[in-house]
Design a protein around this ligand. Structure first.
Ligand SMILES: Cc1cc2nc3c(=O)[nH]c(=O)nc-3n(C[C@H](O)[C@H](O)[C@H](O)COP(=O)(O)OP(=O)(O)OC[C@H]3O[C@@H](n4cnc5c(N)ncnc54)[C@H](O)[C@@H]3O)c2cc1C
Length: 390
């Protein structure tokens, strides 16, 4: 069902809650499509608590058999680059992405036809060729890799700020306040509640609240978005050694036998970033202390020293503690609120959402403006077929 609450000749008024990768880009696309948009965030775009608040995020097309994301990644990269040119501001670093294949290679083999279909350039690098190109990597246990030379990384928290700056410059309104969904009557949300009993009314409401979405909309989302604690480490590289910087080091993902590890060469001289993708314990994005645990430091150091032997003894120069906002199937949510035809729920990035921000924003804007129907892949109804929320 397509709903437009705007009267003819009047711009639709949309409130977007959350200025992270999903909400910021949604607000910008809505604005560029002719809506009157107010963007609201409790702590600001890419803030230290937000899932988009890290230094950098990977953008790649290798996604195993999950075709929708391969196409979305291709579209998102196009939009990142388009806006980079439009704003004359660097958002994307083309380092190439090296995906080291799992022992059976099934996930990676499933990726190849999809990469081809989406027009994402890649090469299959077998053992000897990979060693020749990247002598700083120990390829033990890795039979082959996918090399996406046009992919790379995005500066994460900074790009959220850049999106907000341009959203405001292009005519959007921004308010830094916590918001909660207002009453639902007659199948519509009537307002957004702000502190001090103040309400904000709009024709449509988009909740893009990342790891907070479950608590904010407990009856519909609840445990369907579960935040898990994730620790990230930056190692200091030897002075003058270009092997571990953007000059020679690709962005990488190791889909190895003991889980997925990933890393990004230092942005803004931050060091060599490495992290374990394994989901950590469940956490609260508002109150969790962001101090790394000694066990995680030991674990990542062991991995880094094995895969990048030249970094043996490298000190940890910086750390981050963040959280993934996981759905049960690790697929995003982009859907209408089941009880309010003018409210939309967008989130569940599940550790891989950032890169897709511009594409998610474009798709959500089309939904809100009644130009498209929700895609069943991202609909809430898929959970009804599985376990109900706790
Ligand atoms: C360590 C780590 C590594 C990752 N690596 C990658 C990667 O390499 N590539 C990739 O593509 N993705 C990656 N991700 C995932 C990606 O960062 C997230 O999926 C994405 O940033 C989620 O964006 P979001 O806008 O949904 O959420 P957020 O960025 O969390 O934004 C939500 C916003 O909503 C605001 N908010 C919440 N509640 C309220 C309220 N009540 N009122 C007002 N405002 C509110 C918050 O302040 C916040 O700014 C990684 C995530 C982590 C944690």
């Amino acid at each position: 069902m397509s709903t437009s609450f705007a009267s003819p000749g009047r711009k639709p008024r949309v409130a977007v809650i959350g200025a992270g990768a999903f909400g910021g880009w949604t607000a910008l696309h809505l604005l560029r499509s002719g809506a009157n948009v107010t963007l609201v965030d409790a702590w600001g775009p890419g803030n230290s608590r937000a899932s988009s608040g890290g230094e950098t995020r990977i953008i790649r097309g290798t996604y195993g058999p999950r075709a929708p994301y391969v196409h979305m990644a291709a579209r998102a990269l196009q939009l990142w680059k388009e806006n980079e040119r439009r704003w004359n501001q660097k958002l994307f670093h083309r380092t190439g992405v090296l995906w080291m294949a799992s022992p059976d290679g099934a996930y990676e083999k499933a990726s190849l036809p999809l990469l081809r279909e989406a027009g994402i350039e890649f090469e299959e690098l077998h053992d000897a060729e990979a060693r020749k190109r990247f002598p700083q990597i120990n390829f033990e246990n890795v039979k082959w890799s996918i090399w996406e030379k046009e992919s790379g990384f995005l500066t994460a928290r900074r790009n959220c700020q850049v999106v907000l700056e341009h959203f405001i410059a292009e005519g959007g309104e921004y308010r830094e306040l916590p918001a909660t969904p207002g009453p639902i009557q007659g199948g519509e949300m009537r307002a957004l509640m702000l502190p001090g009993g103040v309400s904000l009314t709009a024709d449509q409401y988009v909740f893009a609240c990342g790891p907070w979405l479950g608590k904010l909309v407990p009856d519909v989302i609840g445990e369907r978005v579960r935040p898990t604690r994730q620790e990230v480490f930056f190692f200091g590289v030897p002075a003058g050694d270009a092997r571990y910087t953007e000059a020679q080091m690709p962005t990488w993902i190791d889909n190895g036998p003991s889980g997925v590890f990933y890393g990004i060469p230092g942005n803004e001289w931050r060091g060599f970033k490495a992290a374990d993708d394994t989901r950590g314990p469940e956490t609260d994005p508002t109150s969790q202390e962001r101090i790394p645990t000694p066990d995680a430091v030991r674990h990542i150091r062991e991995f880094v020293e094995f895969r990048f032997p030249g970094l043996k003894g490298a000190p940890v120069v910086e750390t981050r503690v963040c959280q993934y906002e996981n759905t049960p199937d690790e697929n995003f949510i982009m859907d209408r609120h089941p009880a309010a035809a003018n409210a939309w729920l967008v989130g569940g990035g599940s550790g891989h959402g950032y890169k897709h921000g511009p594409a998610v924003g474009e798709m959500t804007a089309q939904l809100v403006l009644g130009k498209k129907q929700p895609d069943p892949f991202f609909e809430l109804a898929r959970f009804a077929k599985a376990k109900p929320p706790a």
